[in-house]
Design a protein. Structure first.
Length: 68
């Protein structure tokens, strides 16, 4: 699944995002609107990690979650 598809299915995926990154609030997740860069920024902010690490985590999550 490419990121455009993730954006399009954001309402269905919000719960999975919350499971993985439970420090994100419901309001955080709602405000992201499925935007990858926003999600990366929130992961960095809430978990205090570098962008590269956030990208690795996100890419790994997408692969493992079999979102395709």
């Amino acid at each position: 699944m490419n990121w455009d598809q993730i954006e399009g299915n954001w309402k269905q995926l919000k719960g999975k995002v919350k499971e993985k990154w439970n420090q994100l609030t419901d309001d955080d997740i709602e405000a992201l609107e499925g935007k990858k860069e926003r999600l990366l920024g929130k992961i960095q902010e809430k978990y205090g990690i570098a962008k590269e690490e956030a990208e690795r985590e996100l890419n790994s999550w997408v692969d493992r979650a079999k979102l395709s």
